[in-house]
Design a protein around this ligand. Sequence first.
Ligand code: F6P
Length: 502
Amino acid sequence: MSAFDMLQTHAARLRGSRTAELVATDPARVADFSLRVGPLYANFARQGYDRAAFATLVALGEDRGLSAAFRRLFDGETVNVTEGRAALHTALRGNLSQATAAREAFATACEVRRRMGALVAELEAGPITDIVSVGIGGSDLGPRLVADALRDAVPGQLRVHFVSNVDGAAMQRALAELDPARTAGILISKTFGTQETLLNGAILRDWLGGSEQLYAVSANPQRAETAFAIAAERVLPMWDWVGGRYSLWSAVGFPIALAIGFERFEALLAGAAEFDAHVLQAPLATNLAVRHALTAVWNRNLLGHAAHGVMTYDQRLALLPAYLQQLVMESLGKSVKLDGSPVDGDTVPVWWGGAGTDVQHSFFQALHQGTQVVPLDFVGTLRNDDPYAENHLALLSNLLAQSEALANGQGSDDPHRRYPGGRPGTMILLDALTPQSLGALIAMYEHSVYAQSVIWGINAFDQFGVELGKQLANGLLPALRGESEASDPVTQALLAEIRSRG
Ligand code: F6P
């Protein structure tokens, strides 16, 4: 019997059982289903598997060669087979592989980081007070998350504003508050061919009155230099071997270093590198990223849950769900395996989320009593850095209460007041929100995503699904200008409506 067949037997046995019952029959489960890695603690006791089922999940991971797959990733082998590339984001933050590709990548990354540090120092010393960072997707979400999460700790640093959307209102609003004499711009684009970034970059250049205060980060640096006339010393490279959504550790993190300081940027990388070492060294059963991934597989493939939520109980992490949506759904939103054959079962669920306690007063009703069961990650921080101790206790009490209420539910004679419970949740706690702990948390999610991709046999590093819409949009620009017609009848009718009213 394969590990997956055995898992189906476990799932049939465990379906409908309460985690409170599992704890009652196995009290040591609460401690044994928890893991600590540096500043991260995670507890899986409210997931619906027991020890036997989890052992079989680990066997599945062994069958699918997870340990060797991590080695291949860190060694810079061609894990992105459809594009013939490595995915060496781990080499941006550490030197954990002896393989030539990884060592060279590490050396190159260190060299570029030194250059970036010098640019940060220059900007900090000059008249600039504000930075506008222009980029989208992986060239925006990571820097935006980290800069927002860690900015309070360092008052007096440069203020960084992020503009991503092609909607001109985004740029208009950002620029309205700024003075061109005190503002610098960073254009971030791996390809330097992204419509949004090129359009917004041109607006910013014109508003600044030229390219003197413009910087760029790209794997296509010549294009940045020629298209925007940015001097080569202000263009920082990135490389094909870094995926966009895995790139915040590279020069794509320039806005982070400007927002929180270069030293803290390096501490972020160090936190991620410490987690990388854990991923490489820990056996599958006690490997936090692997456990997170196996839990996701259990919920998706064995219990059939089609959505997954991440709820942050730390306002500073409010952008984490948006960041994870790209990391997880762009990486795992695939339906063919590496060899092009259809996958064996479901892959990524819909990922979404928000910040507690706000979310409790919006969509948590559906999580408590709706017909869909949505497994959750609760992400909380134990130490607050604001002066409002009572608020922090209230925040933590809500975090604990929601996890307990969703898992255990509560009976009632009145069906309207009955809480079914049985909603799985993983508790992830950071000792404090620091560059190190945030680096570790993000690395944990990156590695969980990779482990899931290995189990499903899919490529976590390409994203061909986003191309068709981009091509169609480019083709429709002339139609919107009235220079051509659309071929699709529905689009034709919509264009007619736009022309008559727009
Ligand atoms: O449209 C998706 C995407 O290709 C992402 O994968 C990427 O992070 C984003 O666009 C931005 O791409 P670039 O950094 O090349 O501008």
